[in-house]
Structure formats: structure tokens, C-alpha cells
Design a protein. Structure first.
Length: 147
């Protein structure tokens, strides 16, 4: 995994562009992330996290966090697209004042989620627990105040 570029670099390369702020879409993404989080909580309560289902918890945790980051970008009138868009969205955490260790964890989560989707990688319960702890810590900081 290569080191993260700065958010400014993604702006200068045109991967992140300025747009008219889109509060309606930001609200929609935030609502979707709330539903996904509720689903994960119910799944965790009723079925539990196991080696056999850890990938599902990891994927959904990443997806709901990236939805919240995307929503924050949209509120600020920014939009990431093309190759490197997800990495750009992760680096936006720099602008939001997240500690470097949290940004690195989110970036590794991005990388591992891609491994699950495109390379058939499997992760265990132990990593799933780390992701869920990160989700619980990060979710409140990312959810918007515009819903």
C-alpha cells in the first residue's frame, strides 16, 4: 500500500472538483449510512461477528464511513470521481482534523475492502472487531449536522 497523498494533490489533479454544494444528496447519503449502521448493529446482535462473516462487517463499515465522507465533501461543494476517488475521500479526513493514525486505518480499510471485492481476500473476526471499534469511534465524528 502506497503512502497517502495530500488532499490538495487530489484537487490539483482534478480527482476532486469544486461543484455547487449538494445538501439533498448529502442528506440522502447520511440517511443511507444510518440505515446501514442500524443493519450492522442488528446483525451483530442477532448473529454476531465470526470468522465466516467478518468480511460483511468490514465491507459495510467501510461503505457507511465512505458515504459519510462523501456527504461531508458534497456539503463543502466538492466531489471526487475517477481513479483514486476513494483515496481522495479518505484523505479528506485530513481537512476534518482526524489524527493521522485514524486516517491510516481508514486507508488500510479502503485497501482491504478492495481486496475483499476484487481479489477474494478473507479477514478474520479479530480484524472485524478492530473495524467495528473504529466505526464506533469515527461514526459520530463524521455524521453531519445537516440532516
Amino acid at each position: 500500500m502506497t503512502p497517502l497523498k495530500s488532499f490538495k494533490e487530489f484537487l490539483s489533479r482534478g480527482i476532486v472538483r469544486k461543484i455547487t454544494p449538494d445538501l439533498a444528496r448529502a442528506r440522502s447519503l447520511t440517511q443511507e449510512s444510518k440505515k446501514r449502521k442500524k443493519f450492522l448493529e442488528e446483525l451483530h446482535e442477532k448473529i454476531g461477528l465470526k470468522n465466516e462473516n467478518a468480511n460483511y462487517f468490514i465491507e459495510n463499515s467501510y461503505d457507511l464511513l465512505i458515504e459519510l465522507l462523501r456527504a461531508r465533501l458534497l456539503v463543502q461543494g466538492l466531489y471526487a470521481s475517477g481513479e483514486g476517488a476513494h483515496e481522495a475521500e479518505v484523505t479528506y479526513m485530513q481537512k476534518l482534523g482526524f489524527p493521522e493514525k485514524d486516517i491510516r486505518f481508514m486507508n488500510s480499510l479502503r485497501y482491504f475492502r478492495n481486496g475483499i471485492l476484487y481479489h477474494g481476500k478473507s479477514f478474520d473476526k479479530e480484524y472485524g472487531e478492530k473495524v467495528l471499534k473504529f466505526l464506533e469511534k469515527t461514526y459520530p465524528k463524521l455524521k453531519g449536522h445537516y440532516n
